[in-house]
Design a binder for this molecule. Structure first.
Ligand code: TEU
Ligand code: CA
Length: 542
């Protein structure tokens, strides 16, 4: 297998409901994606990851799958997907599908048959006579009673998302069948949803007390996880030119090394979440003030730890996260902070992931009305908070900052009705700032966020040092500036990012022999870095 292409390529994530609606029903669809392939080509991406488009009752927007072999009608048909694969490949873009296999929808045939204890399906899920005290990711109890089977079943997410039982080898065989089906269709890889949850301690011991995720010691990163992944590799992955990126929640660098060390043949790369807690305690609903050092610390740690033994992904946004400018940058210095964050992130070692809209600097919609939020997690958390007597105002503040819907508003293509996303009524409101922030306005503007992203993508293709070079921090203890060096036998790159909204006295004369490769300001250095200024210097070794 070739490991070059997925290390050297840039990935773009599409949340299909909100990308482009081709038939005016207000919901983005596969034909909409096909329409926008020229745009993807224009920004220079190599790999496309599409969030789930399979048949689903849409309780969790497609992360609850009822048929893995078909497409949800609102997104199109299997024929449309075949066309998408063909058109993408023609444009030299690979396609990565979301593989949601920790759980199915409760509407999936397997679950229905499991309820009836029908043959081999009896133990496809986790069933117990008594409820266990575990809690899950949407602030919910993780075991729910089923009236028909008269037993409790496990669901680490919504009750409509029952967890599959991987100790059952028929489950694993069925999952491999799904993988082969999509790979045979021409798909180039999988983003494996919450993959480090698939193995459970099937004795279901009582979880120890914790404010969140009670029982996690029995469902996070269990030893059998590695066995299952090895089995998937041996039987499926190794037979195709494809790659896997695992979404791994609450994971440390040691486990990550086991998962991504190529010699062990488990996953090719993972998403870790340490840097996503730089503005919250453990989980996002316990917000705290953002401190740049709390972002730098984990990012630097992951760079240092995985170098040479594993492989990082580089991301600040996805469909589960609020927009990065709101979290780590500044609306006042919108352009500067958007481009600084991109510089900080995408000059690191790892495969870059760009989430739709990030490349034009989309920001949180922060709807003030609870009804404007569509995400079930948002509504769950609201109810939970109110139960614990938090005021409406306090809960709305959390939601306006942290709701996943902040990242799920429609893509802002232009300044016409509905931002060019749809001619019908969109399933979720747009961010009203589409008038100012949109693709059309930025695409031909050399000084736009979008053009800056394009420059970074181009530079990554030009200098292997950015992809494979070593990483070393410069003045690590500086709480305002994030600066680091990337180097190999050919080049040395210096990245300097000002994380504050003020000028900061900073000596760059030591780099006067170097070439300035990229900056988000005009180059008129006066002894200070400007607010959110980013600079990249390069030096060629003789
Ligand atoms: O997310 C996994 C996950 O842990 C999320 O619950 C995350 O912690 C949360 O969204 C933060 O608010 C994946 C998918 O990306 C997410 O969209 C799904 O809802 C979830 O799995 C269940 O499939
Ligand atoms: Ca549509």
């Amino acid at each position: 297998m070739q490991e070059k292409w997925y290390k050297e390529g840039v990935v773009y994530q599409i949340y299909p409901r909100s990308f482009k609606d081709s038939n005016s029903d207000g919901i983005g669809d596969v034909s909409g994606i096909i329409e926008k392939i020229p745009y993807l080509k224009e920004i220079g991406i190599d790999i496309l990851w599409v969030s789930p488009i399979y048949k689903s009752p849409m309780v969790d927007n497609g992360y609850d799958i009822s048929d893995y072999y078909d497409i949800n009608p609102e997104f199109g048909t299997l024929e449309d997907v075949k066309k998408l694969i063909k058109e993408l490949h023609k444009a030299d873009i690979k396609l990565v599908m979301d593989l949601v296999i920790n759980h199915t929808s409760s509407e999936h045939e397997w679950f229905k048959r499991s309820i009836k204890k029908d043959g081999k399906y009896k133990d496809y899920y986790h069933w117990e006579d008594k409820p266990i005290n575990w809690t899950g990711f949407f602030g919910q109890k993780a075991w729910t009673y089923n009236e028909d089977r008269k037993q409790y079943y496990l669901h680490l997410f919504a009750k409509e998302q029952p967890d599959l039982n991987y100790e059952n080898k028929y489950v694993r065989e069925d999952v491999k069948k799904i993988m082969r089906f999509w790979l045979d269709l021409g798909v180039d890889g999988f983003r494996c949803d919450v993959i480090n949850l698939i193995a459970k301690n099937n004795k279901y011991p009582k979880g120890k007390f914790s404010p969140i995720l009670v029982g996690k010691e029995y469902y996070l990163n269990q030893p059998k996880l590695h066995d299952y992944l090895k089995e998937f590799n041996e039987d499926v992955f190794s037979k195709y030119d494809m790659f896997t990126v695992g979404e791994t929640v609450f994971i440390d660098t040691e486990t990550a090394k086991l998962l991504t060390n190529p010699k062990r043949k488990e996953l090719n790369m993972i998403f870790q979440f340490d840097h996503m807690t730089s503005d919250c305690h453990y989980v996002k609903w316990f917000m705290k003030k953002f401190k740049p050092f709390n972002l730098k610390k984990p990012l630097s740690k992951w760079q240092n730890e995985l170098n040479g033994v594993g492989w990082n992904t580089l991301y600040l946004e996805n469909h589960d996260q609020p927009r990065s400018i709101n979290r780590f940058g500044s609306l006042k210095y919108w352009y500067e902070s958007a481009t600084m964050l991109a510089t900080m992130l995408y000059f690191q070692q790892g495969t870059p992931f760009i989430y739709q809209g990030q490349e034009i600097g989309m920001t949180n919609a922060s709807f003030t009305n609870l009804d404007d939020y569509k995400d079930l997690e948002t509504h769950n958390i609201y109810k939970l908070g109110r139960k614990f007597l938090f005021s409406h105002k306090r809960m709305m503040k959390k939601i306006m900052n942290m709701s996943r819907d902040n990242g799920r508003t429609p893509m802002q293509w232009d300044n016409t009705t509905n931002g060019g996303f749809s001619e019908g009524e969109p399933w979720i409101k747009l961010n009203p700032n589409y008038i100012d922030i949109n693709v059309k306005k930025q695409i031909n503007d050399e000084s736009s966020v979008l053009s800056y992203y394009k420059k970074i993508i181009k530079l990554r293709k030009e200098y292997r040092t950015i992809i494979y070079g070593n990483y070393i921090d410069i003045d690590f203890m500086n709480k305002k500036i994030y600066s680091y060096k990337r180097y190999d036998d050919n080049y040395e790159l210096i990245i300097i990012c000002n994380f504050i909204d003020k000028s900061y006295k900073f000596d760059i004369t030591k780099y006067k022999e170097y070439k300035l490769l990229l900056t988000n300001y005009k180059d008129n250095y006066d002894g200070f870095l400007k607010p959110y200024e980013a600079r990249v210097y390069i030096n060629k070794y003789k």
